[in-house]
Design a protein around this ligand. Structure first.
Ligand code: ADP
Length: 790
């Protein structure tokens, strides 16, 4: 029965040791008496029974062997009374043997009068106490037993406590070279528990498992042992590394002997947990401080208690101000924040709510807010993450705007392409008819002049349509540039040849100045370069009535494989007002002059600007009103190594014209009545014996081709029912070889047909642009018919 206060129940402790705790001194205690003398044994029993101090039962063993067997079978004895002279063992060895086998048992040695010193020695070796036979009565025996049982119980309790707390103890006495460690210290160093005391000088060997205490002792000698406390790392003989806490103490005994002792505690688990915590804290701290998102902790009244650097960056406030102001003062949007705080206060999480605020520098910032409640022992508030999405939003808006712009540019180009087609078709008729009328007999001079005027106006109109189409293509960024070798000098000479007549008409002097260091052979897009120069020189002629025009070319610098060239076109014309110079490169800009109206659309310079800039160059103008203007542009062009690399100049094709009496059959596939008439009349004027069959669309054309034989087909592209591409593809792939091999010339008002060469893909041999130049049309027809004959 447990009724005393000193009973401690502890579970999960091994049996041998639990007994110490369960011992109740008032209850019956089992005593093992190892005594061979029956008289002595009986005396002990009688004395114990007489005593009121202890309640016990005695088991008697008469040999050491028997005693040990009893203990092995049932170790639950509160004390062992051991006679040191037994039949199978005598003297001090008996004790040593016994303690070696049962280190945790509570032994009281019985000695004879003559062996009193042996008893003292036994206590030093680990016995609890000793009694001299014949010298004790019931009181002494029971007091000794009782004291020893209690002391043993306390010791065992201490040992258990050490085991639970992982605290071991150690002591060393340098003067006596003695070193002792507790069971738990053994365990900490990876041993099974032992009760050993060994020579301290052994520890100076680094291989010794307790060498660590040698280090500790040395440290104790250097500093006051009491100050030696702290964490160390050790490695046990089991190879495990452990963290230990060591604390020392020193005591000077009366005989001038100093005892160093202390505790060693295994704190590996705590250390690991601490390290884990430190690592995770460090990790969070790192994320916190390096995060691009503003992160802060705030109280429910909106005070920031902790914030990262990104918060400072986002708000553009100093840390000091952030600590002083409330969230509402920092970010504005008072109602919004009140609502967020109310939500988190109710324990809700707020995720990715978008708001805008004005930062300290008056910049509008868009951001996403995420807030979660934050409660700890002495804090109530919330965590908040703010992601700045201003740039993202801006990029998104730009992307949308770009998509819209792209879409509208595509629509515009489509629209312009179809308008240009719609305009070109009737203009084809006007120009064609004008040509036909001019060829009729009996026109008066006045009539001729009217027709010529009609023709010239139509040509101007056609130029405008072409320019508009070109601008649309450029603005859509669809232009591709060639990179072929060309002769710059030849290009300039041709330009002069074309322009010289106009200049002569106006009596303007002309000069071409090419600096000596300008390379003759270059690589690039010569057609585009020509177009730019043609535009600038054309303007110079148009806006100059007298004086001179100078085209200049100079080298700015040259590096391996390329040359930076500057072109200039200088005139002595009407000049441009200073405030208008910037505007002239914009589309449809023309400067009004009071007295004269110059023809033009205001597109030429805009086209030139695009063409230069697409090639990485710059175009600009300098001018003085009434004195003249100079237009400049620069380009970086690749250099061609030598003239040899140039492709042999294409020999101008000398086309043999078919004789005017030549008789052949032509199929004209065209839906527009006016154009049918123009083509028919133009061709019949050229060839008296031509037989022209007209088909209004591709389908009719295929029918006609199946029934009749033709020498050539003139095919419009845009037609109802079956267009020119489809029809040609059908002819080439589905019809008999004689028909499939007929020459087919595309006729189109789409100016860019020559660029995309789509007509070739569909199997057409060549194209003529509407409105057609009669001579071009005659040349192409002659070329293909002659080729077919040979
Ligand atoms: P266009 O000549 O067809 O009107 P441009 O785009 O080529 O269109 O020129 C735009 C305007 O710039 C012209 O209308 C004219 O007012 C002015 N300009 C261009 N070149 C000259 C020049 N050499 N001298 C005076 N004014 C010029």
């Amino acid at each position: 029965m447990n009724d005393g206060n000193d009973i401690i129940h502890i579970s999960n402790i091994d049996n041998n040791r639990t007994s110490a705790y369960m011992l109740d001194i008032e209850n019956e205690n089992k005593i093992l008496l190892i005594e061979d003398n029956p008289g002595d044994a009986r005396l002990v029993e009688i004395l114990l029974m007489e005593s009121d101090l202890i309640n016990c039962t005695v088991t008697n063993a008469t040999t050491l062997k028997e005693g040990m067997e009893i203990l092995e079978e049932n170790g639950d004895f509160a004390a062992i009374l051991l006679d040191l002279s037994l039949p199978d063992s005598r003297g001090f060895e008996t004790l040593e043997e016994f303690i070696f086998k049962f280190p945790h048992n509570n032994v009281i040695v019985l000695t004879g009068f003559s062996d009193k010193n042996l008893g003292i020695k036994a206590v030093k070796a680990g016995a609890q106490d000793f009694l001299v036979k014949g010298d004790f009565d019931a009181d002494i025996l029971s007091k000794t037993l009782r004291f020893s049982i209690e002391r043993n119980a306390v010791l065992k309790r201490l040992e258990e406590t050490q085991k639970i707390a992982h605290i071991g103890s150690w002591s060393f006495i340098p003067q006596e070279k003695k070193f002792t460690v507790s069971d738990e210290t053994y365990r900490i160093f990876g041993f099974a528990p032992k009760k050993d005391s060994f020579d301290y000088s052994d520890l100076s060997n680094p291989e010794h498992p307790f060498y660590f205490f040698n280090i500790i002792h040395k440290a104790c000698l250097k500093q006051h042992p009491e100050t030696l406390k702290g964490d160390w790392k050790i490695e046990g003989i089991d190879g495990h590394k452990r963290s230990v806490y060591v604390q020392c103490n020193s005591q000077r005994k009366s005989n001038n002997i100093t005892v160093f002792n202390g505790i060693i505690q295994d704190i590996t688990d705590r250390k690991q947990a601490e390290e884990k915590m430190i690592t995770s804290q460090a990790r969070y701290q790192y994320i916190f401080s390096k995060s691009k998102d503003a992160i802060f902790i705030a109280t429910f009244d909106g005070r920031l208690t902790d914030f990262n650097h990104a918060t400072v960056d986002l708000t553009a406030y100093t840390g000091e101000i952030l600590r002083k102001y409330t969230i509402q003062q920092i970010f504005g949007n008072v109602k919004f924040w009140d609502k967020i705080i109310a939500d988190v206060q109710k324990g809700k999480m707020v995720k990715d709510i978008e708001i805008e605020f004005i930062d300290q520098k008056n910049k509008k910032i868009s951001c996403l807010i995420t807030a979660t409640p934050h409660e700890s022992e002495n804090f109530e508030g919330f965590n908040c993450i703010i992601r700045n999405i201003t740039e993202q939003k801006h990029a998104e808006e730009l992307r949308k705007a770009r998509d819209v712009a792209k879409q509208s540019a595509q629509l515009k180009e489509k629209f312009i392409a179809s308008i240009s087609h719609e305009m070109r078709t009737p203009m084809n008729a006007i120009l064609g008819m004008s040509n036909l009328v001019l060829k009729t007999d009996g026109l008066s001079e006045e009539q001729s002049n009217y027709i010529i005027s009609i023709k010239q106006s139509s040509e101007i109109l056609l130029g405008i349509v072409n320019d508009i189409l070109e601008v649309a293509t450029l603005q859509n960024g669809k232009l591709k540039f060639e990179n072929n070798e060309f002769d710059l000098f030849e290009l300039l000479a041709n330009l002069v040849n074309v322009m010289i007549y106009k200049m002569n008409e106006k009596d303007i002097n002309f000069e071409l100045v090419i600096n000596e260091d300008v390379p003759q052979f270059l690589r690039g897009d010569k057609i585009r370069l020509n177009q730019i120069l043609y535009n600038l020189v054309g303007n110079a002629i148009k806006f100059t009535d007298e004086g001179s025009i100078v085209i200049g070319v100079e080298k700015i610098n040259e590096s391996v494989g390329s040359v930076h060239v500057k072109f200039s076109v200088k005139d002595t014309g009407i000049g441009i007002p200073e405030d208008k110079i910037g505007a002239i490169f914009e589309t449809f800009t023309r400067i009004r002059t009071k007295d004269r109206l110059f023809e033009g659309t205001g597109l030429g310079l805009s086209i030139s600007k695009d063409l230069v800039e697409y090639q990485g160059g710059k175009i600009w103008a300098e001018s003085e009103l009434g004195k003249g203007s100079t237009f400049y542009f620069d380009l970086i062009l690749e250099t061609a190594n030598s003239q040899l690399e140039l492709a042999a100049p294409e020999e101008e094709e000398v086309i043999k014209q078919l004789d005017s009496n030549y008789s052949f059959k032509l199929l004209l596939v065209e839906d527009h009545k006016m154009n049918q008439l123009v083509a028919k009349k133009t061709l019949e004027r050229q060839w008296k014996n031509i037989q022209i069959t007209i088909a209004d669309n591709g389908k009719i054309a295929i029918d006609k081709l199946e029934k009749e034989t033709f020498d050539i087909v003139l095919m419009d592209i845009q037609m109802p029912v079956m267009d020119g591409y489809e029809t040609t593809a059908y002819i080439r792939s589905k019809m008999t070889p004689a028909i499939a091999n007929l020459p087919v010339l595309a006729m189109t008002a789409h100016a860019h047909i020559s660029k995309d060469e789509k007509f070739k893909e569909y199997g057409m041999d060549d194209f003529v642009l509407k409105p057609f130049e009669p001579d071009q049309l005659f040349d192409k027809i002659s070329k293909y018919i002659i080729a077919k004959q040979s």
